[in-house]
Design a protein around this ligand. Structure first.
Ligand code: ADP
Length: 675
């Protein structure tokens, strides 16, 4: 099927403007993408004008025209009477000259065919005074009637359009077989040229925009072209045809203009309204003269330059100029065309091609509406955002596969709001887990590295220590070397400690669970691992809040000792230069029944820029020799092995509180666990 209008998919952006402005809803939306349904389309070309993304285009006649011009046969350019609106800066003769330069043998004004058609209309109406007729000069209107007002098909005046009439006259007049290319403002003419109901006399149709492209292709500058007269036959008042009411004027039905039963209408809204009312029998006009555009000078094939009123004015001026110069004074008659008596038969027929959408059952419509939360009539906002006038007509389109539920803007906004509020809490959770995962991943890869390094260093360090001890024993009496050897041992031991820490961090050790009284454990740690009196001398009180001494938990005693020592040591060191308290608390959480341990200090706090890094191995803010940066990563590893969590709150210059939460009873209590 010939596709007069096509969609450039990659340009289409879910705005539904084409749906809104399509008078017959010939646009199908699939997954937000609009495409024209060819057999529903009337080729009015509205969508090509309203699409801001240039996603709608029309079938080009340029290639075929080129072929015709190269065919060796004479080609006539049939120039639509709205041409002064497209080329206001050119003398009419310059268009003719430029077309001749482009290869056309004849350039004829279609206004001549309009004269023939006007006469035929006048005759027909005289013979059919019963009225109820619709002028059939606008191909988009004819398509509209055939497809969407089939009741009115018999009312379309069965007379060809000025385009066809001109081509028929030319073919009759010309002695050789002539090819005809219509050039005008209309896309629907491309459909009409292929309409089996009309004589097949048009070989191709170009819009004015395409004509400009043809001139460019062939390097022709019409403004610099020598004017040439149009070829006969010569037009008369048919030049007024593109103007709304122009048909009445050229058919000399002007006197009847005051007759309320003669209706001149233009623009899709007015045309569909009046023809609808006629079909329903609400009005009974004698003659309707409809134009789907606001006059042909406003057609979709015009370049978008001057505004509609100016273009109309240029057409009007040209009609008046020609009248003043007395018709035909400006043309020259070529030899092969004789302006003799031309009386082609201008009859044609129109057939019904019903494309009205069958209305589904009320139940089906309600079911479709319900899918976008429209349960009661009050829910139908009829906001037109989807491009349809009412929620109901859109539901019918959904039923026929032309529209989608997701086109309903209020529904989609509601959905988006609901999803957003539903996502809000999980989103925060996701961010937390994400941060945690990144941290864990980092720690895991560092752990692997640390384990590798520690393993490699552990044995040589042991050898260094062993041989240093042997040396010490061998050279006992060498006082001068004693100090150096002691230093060697001390440093080697320090290295071993770091390596041991690394191995702890890398969780290469087993966890041996046992039931431990946490109060006792902490008191033991404070008395054995810290010199509390010395610490107190600096004004720091280390306080174990011994509220519930009987709390017991399944933990690895040694490893938990390591955790507590690290946390308390850090807390005391954070108090450097300040007096205050370090408080240790062990309690059972009421809601979860887990063990909660906290170590709080009133020290320097952790700076914002260090917050993410304190659990990373080798991150330390302490001086060399004092801090290695393995304390907290080890705590982290051990707590994780106990299926617990560790975190902290900190305020710079006020203090830090580290928290550990552990299950009181380990699922694998009493058994060894490997990380
Ligand atoms: P180290 O103590 O060897 O530096 P850690 O892993 O135990 O290694 O601690 C890393 C860093 O975390 C410390 O250098 C310090 O900057 C910060 N930090 C740990 N605990 C505290 C605390 N209670 N108050 C302030 N900063 C702390």
């Amino acid at each position: 099927m010939f596709e007069a209008i096509q969609t450039i998919k990659q340009n289409c952006r879910r705005c539904f403007t084409c749906v809104r402005d399509c008078p017959v809803k010939a646009i199908k939306i699939v997954e937000g993408q609009a495409s024209v349904v060819p057999d529903r389309c009337i080729a009015c070309g509205n969508c090509t004008m309203v699409c801001s993304q240039d996603a709608k285009t029309y079938a080009s006649g340029l290639e075929r025209t080129g072929e015709l011009l190269e065919s060796g046969r004479p080609v006539a350019a049939l120039l639509a009477p709205s041409f002064p609106g497209e080329f206001p800066d050119l003398k009419p003769g310059q268009i003719s000259g430029a077309l001749k330069r482009a290869g056309f043998s004849y350039v004829v004004e279609v206004a001549y065919g309009a004269d023939l058609v006007s006469e035929a209309y006048r005759e027909f109406l005289k013979q059919h005074p019963e009225g109820g007729w619709i002028a059939s000069a606008c191909p988009a209107v004819n398509e509209y009637v055939r497809k969407y007002q089939p009741k009115l098909v018999g009312r379309l005046l069965p007379i060809v359009s000025p385009m066809i009439a001109t081509a028929m006259a030319l073919r009759q007049l010309c002695t050789e077989e002539i090819l005809c290319v219509f050039i005008g403002p209309c896309i629907a003419k491309k459909l009409e040229a292929r309409d089996p109901g009309a004589p097949a006399v048009i070989d191709e149709v170009l819009t004015f925009k395409e004509l400009r492209a043809l001139f460019t292709q062939r390097g022709i500058l019409p403004a610099k072209t020598e004017p040439q007269p149009f070829d006969p036959p010569t037009a008369g008042m048919g030049r007024a045809f593109p103007l709304s009411g122009g048909l009445l004027k050229s058919a000399k039905l002007e006197a009847d203009l005051l007759d309320p039963r003669i209706i001149t209408i233009s623009g899709q809204q007015e045309v569909t309204d009046i023809l609808g009312a006629t079909a329903r029998g609400e009005i009974e006009p004698f003659l309707i003269e409809p134009l789907m555009c606001q006059g042909c000078h406003d057609g979709p094939g015009m370049s978008r330059g001057a505004d509609r009123h100016n273009r109309k004015d240029f057409v009007r001026r040209y009609v008046n100029d020609c009248r003043q110069r007395a018709s035909g004074a400006c043309h020259e008659e070529p030899e092969r065309i004789q302006e003799t008596h031309i009386a082609p038969s201008l009859n044609r027929s129109f057939t019904v091609d019903d494309h009205r959408l069958q209305e589904p059952s009320e139940q089906e419509i309600r079911a479709i509406l319900a899918r976008t939360n429209k349960f009661l009539p009050g829910d139908e906002l009829n906001c037109k955002a989807c491009g349809y006038d009412t929620c109901r007509t859109k539901a019918i389109a959904v039923h026929h596969g032309l529209a989608e539920e997701a086109m309903c803007l209020p529904f989609m906004i509601e959905q988006a709001e609901r999803v957003c509020s539903e996502l809000q809490i999980p989103w925060q959770e996701i961010r937390k887990v994400h941060r945690h995962l990144i941290n864990t991943e980092k720690l895991a890869s560092m752990g692997q590295l640390a384990a590798g390094v520690a393993h490699e260093l552990n044995n040589p360090l042991g050898t260094i220590l062993l041989y240093t001890n042997l040396l010490q024993r061998k050279i006992k009496d060498r006082d001068d070397l004693d100090h150096d050897l002691n230093l060697l041992v001390e440093e080697a031991r320090r290295c071993k400690k770091i390596v041991g820490g690394l191995l702890d961090f890398a969780r290469q050790n087993r966890v041996r669970m046992e039931v431990v009284n946490m109060g006792e454990l902490i008191r033991h740690i404070l008395s054995t691992s810290f010199q509390l009196p010395k610490i107190a001398e600096k004004g720091i009180q280390v306080i174990y809040e011994d509220g519930t001494p009987d709390i017991t938990a399944d933990v690895d005693r040694d490893q938990m000792t390591q955790v507590m020592v690290n946390l308390i040591k850090n807390a005391v060191e954070a108090m450097d230069g300040k007096s205050g308290e370090v408080r240790i608390k062990v309690e059972e959480t009421a809601d979860t029944g887990r063990l909660h341990i906290s170590v709080s200090d009133q020290g320097c706090g952790i700076k914002a820029e260090d917050r993410e890094r304190v659990f990373q191995p080798f991150f330390t803010t302490k001086s060399i020799g004092k801090g290695v940066g393995l304390g907290l990563p080890i705590c982290y590893g051990i707590v994780k092995m106990h299926r617990g969590t560790i975190w902290y709150d900190s305020t710079v210059a006020s203090g830090t509180q580290f928290h550990i939460e552990l299950p009181k009873t380990q699922a694998m209590a009493g058994r060894s666990m490997l990380s």
